[in-house]
Design a protein around this ligand. Structure first.
Ligand code: ASP
Length: 344
């Protein structure tokens, strides 16, 4: 049975908000006007604009992009039976990793410019433990290798051949991950070999996932084949703790998708969690972290970054720099896609 945890603003705050700018509101919130204990929307206008979920509910699962609904579905099987958030996020994203029709995650992912499918993934649990693999080839489920790194080694990150050796030692099968469809797209790309990431153009699209279980514990997972046709050896944000994913069980969690280089430069998910620690709602924290990226780019950001976040109370949020980012949220027995608010 899902638990409702109300957290929101005083009614006066909500009424007066409509007359103010979002920035005024955010700075006001930073002054500490959050009133816990009310089952009110975290931010009424944001809800209207971006279909932001109204109130805290656990358990929950949230994933980047509409394909996240299938990951959520799998995660929910675990969460609804009282299982752990860590198992939920691992099993959830494995569904997408195994899907050859998804060309931005796992098996079937588009290769690098030399034709190698190289995968990045990380996982983080409610105790702050984490594990990661980067530039891993031939293994269909990098998220499970990342979990083994977390649970069975004294390290956090294994890369390239070392990660592959470890995976094979752990009994993961060595497989060809380059499907005929992905190979055909790469062969077409090679003719011009122009590397230019395009906004929401399916050349990228990580699955980042967060779950809160019935005990209120938070975990996250993030897995991707990275930017299509990247340089061989390129590692993005997705396997880097604090960039592609961050969880702090006292506060909440965040996950990222989009142009990894930009996420790396500002450690966006760590920032989102720290903003929430200082009183921002998940929605506000995502928007503020994206604002930071936009500002660093002189106000002109012609690329996409999408962020999702949840706080300890089970309130979710998400935002994208550009229009077109959406996320899937399974909460209160309902699995639905939410169009994220965009900042430019
Ligand atoms: N963040 C991923 C990367 O840069 C790609 C994406 O999510 O679109 O590798």
């Amino acid at each position: 049975m899902p638990t409702t945890i109300g957290i929101g603003f005083g009614i006066g705050e909500l009424k007066s908000y409509s007359m103010k700018t979002r920035r005024d509101f955010i700075s006001k919130m930073a002054l500490g006007t959050v009133a816990a204990g009310l089952s009110l929307p975290a931010c009424n206008e944001d809800k209207a604009a971006a279909n932001v979920p109204a109130e805290g509910q656990i358990p929950l699962a949230i994933s980047t992009w509409p394909f996240g609904t299938r990951a959520n579905e799998e995660a929910w099987k675990i969460l609804s039976e009282g299982g752990k958030a860590l198992d939920a996020v691992e099993q959830g994203v494995r569904v997408i990793e195994a899907d050859p029709s998804n060309q931005s995650v796992g098996y079937g992912g588009l290769p690098d410019r030399d034709g190698h499918v190289t995968l990045d993934a990380c996982i983080m649990d409610s105790t702050g433990n984490c594990g990661s693999v980067a530039a891993l080839e031939h293994i269909k489920h990098p998220i499970s290798v990342a979990r083994r790194v977390m649970e069975r080694t004294p390290h956090v990150i294994l890369v390239g051949e070392g990660a592959l050796d470890f995976a094979l030692t752990e009994g993961f099968p060595k497989e060809n991950l380059l499907t005929p469809e992905a190979k055909a797209r790469w062969e077409k790309w090679v003719k011009t070999a122009e590397y230019k990431p395009r906004v929401n153009a399916e050349l990228h699209d990580t699955i980042g996932m967060l779950a809160i279980d019935k005990d209120g514990n938070i975990s996250g997972a993030c897995t991707t084949s990275g930017m299509a046709f990247k340089m061989h050896g390129r590692v993005g944000d997705s396997p880097i703790i604090g960039a592609g994913l961050y969880v702090d069980n006292e506060v909440g969690g965040a996950a990222a998708t989009g142009l990894g280089e930009e996420v790396l430069k500002s450690l966006s998910t760590f920032l989102v969690v720290e903003l929430m620690r200082n009183g921002a709602t998940p929605q506000q924290a995502c928007e503020q972290a994206l604002d930071r990226i936009i500002k660093r780019n002189g106000g002109k950001a012609d690329f996409q970054v999408g962020l999702i976040a949840v706080n300890k109370a089970g309130v979710a949020g998400g935002a994208g720099i550009q229009a077109g980012f959406s996320y899937a949220l399974y909460q209160n027995g309902e699995n639905s896609v939410h169009k994220a608010k965009n900042l430019v």
